[in-house]
Each structure stands twice: as structure tokens, then as C-alpha cells.
Design a binder for this molecule. Structure first.
Ligand SMILES: NC(=O)c1ccc[n+]([C@@H]2O[C@H](COP(=O)([O-])OP(=O)(O)OC[C@H]3O[C@@H](n4cnc5c(N)ncnc54)[C@H](O)[C@@H]3O)[C@@H](O)[C@H]2O)c1
Length: 113
């Protein structure tokens, strides 16, 4: 697939899977914007790949909408979205006893744990 020049957003792109993905997309010619809360690493990775960094908490709808608008203005509307921001929890939705896990975890997946 030719992604040369396409606008891409990678959440969690300051580290780990997201960082590797951001680097790979940039190498393939995409214009990458990283959405992450870690501005130190995010800024560094963005500089390395000649992309952009947006300080975004993906659990904030307002944050995400603002960053999408800024990114679209800079790179064009995103055609690629890779979600790697680690906000989910590692727990079965429904256990063997057919009991769902604590509802509070659905409401606030990362910060309350
Ligand atoms: N690494 C693995 O082998 C693996 C395997 C399966 C699943 N996962 C899941 O994939 C996700 C990413 O894994 P990773 O190893 O790359 O983790 P990581 O900790 O290296 O990277 C996660 C990135 O997400 C950012 N982030 C966290 N909360 C955020 C938020 N609310 N808004 C914006 N950015 C936020 C962090 O600042 C960090 O840069 C995690 O949810 C992890 O549980 C990882």
C-alpha cells in the first residue's frame, strides 16, 4: 500500500508499540502526528521522524477534538489512525462465573486503577 504523503495519527506514539509504528509509518512516507501525554519523549520521536507531536490525553474528548483539528490544519485530514495509547485494563470483561468486572473500570479505565 502506498501511504506516501498521507496524514497519520498514532496515539501512544511516544513509546513502545506506538513509537515503533510512528517510526515505521514515517519511513514509508506518511506525515505522522503523535498524540501522547509524554511530551518529552513524544517531542523527541516527532523530531526524529520529522513529524508532529500533540500533547493529548486520549480519555479527554475535548483534547482529542482540538488535536484532530490542529493536525488536519497542519498535515491534512488523517487517513491513518493507529491507537496504541495504553488506557485499557488487562482483565476479562466477563469471568467464568459469568460476572462482569467492576463497572468503575469501564467508566475510568486507567486513572482510577
Ligand atoms: N507491548 C506489548 O507486547 C503489548 C502486548 C499486548 C498489548 N499491549 C498493550 O498495548 C498498549 C501499548 O503498549 P506499549 O508496550 O507500547 O506501552 P508503552 O507504555 O510503551 O506506551 C504507551 C504510551 O501510551 C501513552 N499513554 C498512556 N495513556 C495515555 C493517554 N490517556 N493519552 C495519551 N497517551 C497515553 C503513554 O504516555 C505511552 O507513551 C498497552 O495498552 C498495552 O497494554 C502491549
Amino acid at each position: 500500500m502506498d501511504i506516501q504523503g498521507l496524514s497519520a495519527i498514532v496515539t501512544g506514539g511516544a513509546s513502545g508499540l506506538g513509537e515503533a509504528t510512528a517510526r515505521r509509518l514515517a519511513k514509508a512516507g506518511a506525515k505522522v502526528t503523535i498524540f501522547d501525554m509524554n511530551s518529552e519523549s513524544g517531542t523527541q520521536v516527532a523530531a526524529d521522524i520529522k513529524g508532529r507531536f500533540e500533547n493529548v490525553d486520549v480519555t479527554s474528548e475535548e483534547n482529542v477534538i482540538n488535536a484532530l483539528e490542529t493536525s488536519a490544519a497542519a498535515h491534512g485530514e488523517a487517513r491513518i489512525l493507529i491507537n496504541c495509547a495504553g488506557i485499557a485494563i488487562g482483565e476479562k470483561t466477563v469471568g467464568r462465573e459469568n460476572v462482569p468486572h467492576d463497572y468503575a473500570r469501564f467508566k475510568k479505565p486507567s486513572k482510577s486503577i
